[in-house]
Design a protein around this ligand. Structure first.
Ligand code: SF4
Ligand code: SF4
Length: 448
């Protein structure tokens, strides 16, 4: 194998994928009650459309998008609305959620779960279906997919890249999807290409998933044609190879400018699970009501990859894996970019590719920076994390803007490699939060 494509910087954490990688996707039974949050995406939370005692069907819209950058929310079961509650979100906020009693009948709403010939769909039809289905970035970013498919006319898209890298340690949901339902991914990629009127599709896969690569490579070759070129790219194993900007650099050797977006260099990036959901929405009229979730870590007896309904409480999934007593950390997502949380009732949402239960998570105190430079060397965005940490630790949030805090992709490499255990990425998130608050306050003042 020649030299594999990659990006500058990054690190090599142990991936712990051996725990769940050989577990086939298992359909998780649906609990008697599901909790369906209205904030499962970046942008405005959806507005609740139902009330207590309403009967609902699977796929029925129960939360309408509150603006263009928002996404609809659909009932994952048929049953009766018990009440509207407040629920925790993985990022530490709360949102409205619909608590639904599952009647066990799994009846679909009118118009859902009906086959459609995708070849009849125009680019506008595909975008409409994607918005209708409430699809968001399922790799964890949760950006509404229809927004990414609607770039301004001056931003011509000439490449769509699917992220099949799954570089977060422990997680294996995308890997299993590539092994078990590869056609849905490549069909989804073709629909995404049509949606943005583009001919070149890529699927990036790390070299530690060579079996998945071989399957995707064969399918890409078979399904290319009619002016469409599909290419599976084997990439170096390095974290965060799956980050949008790093994926674009590795595959196309293009650099997204500071403060810019992939569309500024003619690219749309989507996760492989998102592409599969696009295919399900377009070919079967199925809104997004389920996803694959890896439940893993040394805090469960038998790690698994579940096909779980949105709204299934984490406790339910972990219970199916044999939850151990002495768990000391629960993380929604992977250990590098996921969020530690206390709430076991928090439900599966559209962006949740994994739930991690750990028994031996370290608790430590940070020390002063020893200027070793490891964080600078590892930063895939070529920032100065050590400087950012010093500026933010002393509360100078505005100064952090001058050293490009907003270009940080929150990958956590700096925190991972730091021998002084400095919580650099956590400080960076705090600074971004404060800067955003200042921006919103200033905008509100201007409106008055
Ligand atoms: S500063 Fe941001 S982009 Fe750079 S390593 Fe740290 S978290 Fe990643
Ligand atoms: S890795 Fe940690 S100790 Fe080393 S320069 Fe960066 S912040 Fe300082």
């Amino acid at each position: 194998m020649g030299e594999l494509k990659t990006f500058k910087g990054g690190t090599h954490p142990h991936d712990f994928k051996e725990l769940a990688k050989n577990q086939k996707i298992a359909e998780c039974d649906v609990p008697t009650e599901v909790i369906v949050p209205m904030a499962q995406h970046i942008g405005a939370p959806a507005k609740v459309l139902v009330k207590a005692t309403d009967e609902v069907k699977r796929g029925q819209l129960i939360g309408e998008p509150a603006g263009f950058v928002s996404a609809g929310v659909h009932s994952p079961v048929s049953g009766k609305v018990k009440k509207i509650i407040q629920c925790n979100t993985p990022i530490g906020t709360t949102c409205q959620a619909v608590l639904i009693e599952n009647d066990g009948k799994d009846e679909w709403a009118d118009g859902c779960n009906v086959d459609t010939d995708v070849s009849t769909l125009s680019s506008a039809d595909i975008c409409k279906k994607v918005a209708w289905a409430g699809i968001v970035g399922m790799g964890g970013a949760t950006f509404p997919t229809h927004v990414k498919l609607s770039p301004p006319p001056e931003k011509k898209i000439d490449a769509v890249i699917l992220n099949g890298v799954e570089c977060e340690p422990y997680l294996t949901s995308d890997y299993r999807l590539m092994l078990e339902k590869p056609e849905t991914i490549v069909e989804g990629l073709k629909l995404l290409l049509k949606a943005v009127d583009c001919k070149n599709g890529y699927i990036g896969i790390e070299a530690n998933k060579e079996d998945a690569f071989r399957i995707m490579d064969k399918l890409c070759k078979e399904m290319s044609g009619d002016g469409i070129t599909l290419i599976a790219e084997l990439l170096e194993v390095k974290y965060p190879q799956g980050a949008e900007k790093q994926l674009i650099k590795a595959i196309l050797d293009r650099e997204v400018p500071s403060g810019g977006l992939p569309m500024d260099v003619g690219v749309v990036v989507q996760n492989v699970a998102t592409a599969s959901a696009v295919y399900e929405a377009c070919s079967k009229n199925r809104p997004l009501t389920e996803r694959i979730v890896t439940a893993t870590g040394d805090g469960v007896k038998e790690p698994k990859n579940f096909l779980a309904r949105i709204g299934t409480p984490a406790k339910y999934l972990l219970g199916k894996c044999g939850f151990k007593e002495n768990v000391n950390k629960l993380i929604y997502g992977g250990p590098m970019m996921g969020m530690a949380h206390f709430d076991l009732e928090m439900p599966v949402n559209k962006g949740m590719s994994g739930i991690l239960s750990l028994c031996n998570a370290e608790v430590y105190e940070h020390r002063r920076c020893i200027r070793c430079g490891r964080c600078v060397e590892g930063c895939p965005q070529q920032l100065l994390p050590s400087e950012l940490s010093l500026v933010i630790e002393s509360g100078r949030f505005n100064d952090s803007k001058d050293i490009n805090v907003l270009d940080c992709i929150e990958c956590g490499v700096c925190t991972y490699v730091c021998p002084a255990r400095r919580p650099i990425v956590q400080w960076i998130k705090l600074a971004k939060y404060e800067l955003n608050r200042q921006r919103l306050r200033a905008a509100a003042k201007e409106k008055k």
